[in-house]
Design a protein around this ligand. Sequence first.
Ligand SMILES: NC(=O)c1ccc[n+]([C@@H]2O[C@H](COP(=O)([O-])OP(=O)(O)OC[C@H]3O[C@@H](n4cnc5c(N)ncnc54)[C@H](OP(=O)(O)O)[C@@H]3O)[C@@H](O)[C@H]2O)c1
Length: 276
Amino acid sequence: MNNKVAFIGAGNMNRAIIIGLIKNGIAPADIIVSNPSPGKREALANEYGIKQTESNIEAASYADYIVLGVKPHLIASVCEEFADTIDVSKKCFISVAAGTTMAQIQSALGATQADNGFAVIRSMPNTPSQLGMGVSGAYASPQVSAEQKAFADQLMKASGIVKWLSSEAEIDHIIAVSGSGPAYFFLFMEAMAAEAERLGFDAQEARELVQQTALGAAHMVAENDISIGQLRENVTSKGGTTQAALNTFNQGGLSDLVSDAMQAAISRAKEMAKGE
Ligand SMILES: NC(=O)c1ccc[n+]([C@@H]2O[C@H](COP(=O)([O-])OP(=O)(O)OC[C@H]3O[C@@H](n4cnc5c(N)ncnc54)[C@H](OP(=O)(O)O)[C@@H]3O)[C@@H](O)[C@H]2O)c1
């Protein structure tokens, strides 16, 4: 293993992982990115000194680890191209595509049955990976060696924390919690900022107030060992203003709504895997 990494696609997610790897000291010469149009791959090469090419085959031939960072509907055609041109049994593939299953990837790589498949890892990162604050859920096929798993772990940790999953079905659960999760918080912050504006703060002030409150709350969770529920209770005086606000959330069924929303994300992930 020479631990060279090829990134197929120079879009948002691969860019985030590449930047994380460079910040963590992986040699730029060990990273290559391929993308059909030149703009994003050349920008990455110029900014970070990595190699770039328009050819997926050239990139994949260069590396042992191949990060598939194209849109889900392109994963199969990219893998089929590899199956026809390179020895895929010598590589470890890491797919970050939502909704493309292990079986679909294995089949596109040329596996005829589950037990003769290739080393493939399905990883589900989220957008804060761009800041090194991401969460990745990862599921490995049985063909992934301990060494490959350790390297993939290091690769994903460059952009945040990694949770290894024992079944592929759990990828859908990761999607519902951390994959889609940032948008849940954005929606909540958006609603708070809108009300802050209605109360008379200008847009900039409203954003700052909500942003700092969210950051402060997240840090309190991160830096305390007590439960999130206990933190909430600690800031909720009986009969006070916070309790009045929380009572309104509870009367509106916030917990059930959050549960329904996360179940909807899981259902949608299952539909997407079937190509719906
Ligand atoms: N963004 C996220 O938050 C996020 C989170 C979890 C998972 N993901 C997954 O990450 C994958 C990429 O998402 P993204 O947001 O990074 O999308 P993106 O920004 O659109 O990036 C996709 C890149 O793939 C390139 N591309 C298109 N066809 C290609 C081909 N045949 N070979 C090589 N590269 C090709 C595109 O190039 P052109 O622009 O030149 O067409 C584009 O640069 C998706 O499968 C998505 O499900 C994304």
